[in-house]
Write a protein of this length. Sequence first.
Length: 433
Amino acid sequence: MSQGFLSTENLPFCAGCGHGLIARSIEKALQRLEHLTPLDLVVVTDIGCIGIIDKQFNAHTVHGLHGRSVALATGISMGLSNPRKKILVLLGDGGATIGLHHIIEAAHRNIDMTVIVHNNMLYGMTGGQPSGLTPCGFKTSTMPEGRPDSGMDLVKMVHGIGAAYARRIIAAGDVTDALEEALRVRGFSLIEAVELCPSYGVKFNPGRKLPEITEGAGLAPVLLRNESVEPFHTTVRDNTESLLNDVPVPAVEFGHKLSGKVSIILAGSAGEGVQSTAELLAQAAISCGLHVTKKGSYPVTVGVGFSLAEVIFSTEEIHYTGITGIDAALVTSVEGRDKALARLEKMKSGTIYIDSALYAPGSGAEMVIRDYRAPLGARSASLLCAAHFVKRSGFMPLEALLRALSSSRAGKAVDTDKLEQAVCELEREGGAK
Ligand code: SF4
């Protein structure tokens, strides 16, 4: 078995556990899939006895929080472009109940994965409490008289919402054929495998066999299909391609004098145009043929407090969007200065452009101190500071920023001639300190 999908026959379950029986059928079903190698398989699990099987797989494995395995698998599925890969989610009825909405969403979108819900009708790992899938009459540690109402019908739910394949089986023998069929489905397939936990299920329900427990309790075997539904990634790829074709690619209209990379931060206040200024800088840089990234941070109450933005300009593609060394900081308000203070004080080189009303931080950077708030008003302080930075640093023409501004919504509120004039006056003032 060492060449197979499972690395060992010694599975980590109690003797007689239904999980072991299903695992052996999974191994056989996977072996039947032509061309599927262990490295084409991604096994996703979460908390519960079945979740500890991932270490036994010779495959890619992801072990997540309780109930979140289908959410993780959704992300993996949507990120995969290789149709050879297979995503297999193994979870229990507890995880299925906790993460029910993830399952419903994945089924609704018909996201490509096979989900095997090991329904032993209770939480085995924590002592035999009932789950949402526990059937009527089944006794558990906290319902010693048996569940008085019926459990949820997961198979009907996922079928009703759009899953390509939904099936309930009684896992009392070899279930390889059913698992193989589910694994061959393109799109979302779910198998609810009803089984017994000897340690709690058998203990609390002595002498009862699976057929008798499931009959009349809403757990009869069933197979439901939605024919002709496309897997989500196919639909998304088609739609995204047409959307991307409609996105205008900004034309390169200007040159630049940058060699390498420049990283800047803009530190100001909410409502003073920090984020929109950073976006304008980014657009201007793109129109100069540069690569650029922009990130913003501000409190959850977006209308008050600090507003910080980070922009990286580069002649090369940018693969890491974090800023490790600041080349220039544009500081236009007390709140922005206070928020960025620790980073400003760490600057050993570069330039800090700071409003003259602010206390300048101790730093090894060059200080450019000007009145950025008065000339065009506080709401344009960040824009004026950015325009001054562009003019003074000279790595791209100010005209590129002015062009980006005039074609933006912000351009309606700011007179580009006045902005250019204010920048020239700031330059004339000189006096770098
Ligand atoms: S507690 Fe129950 S579900 Fe868990 S491994 Fe043991 S028999 Fe299986």
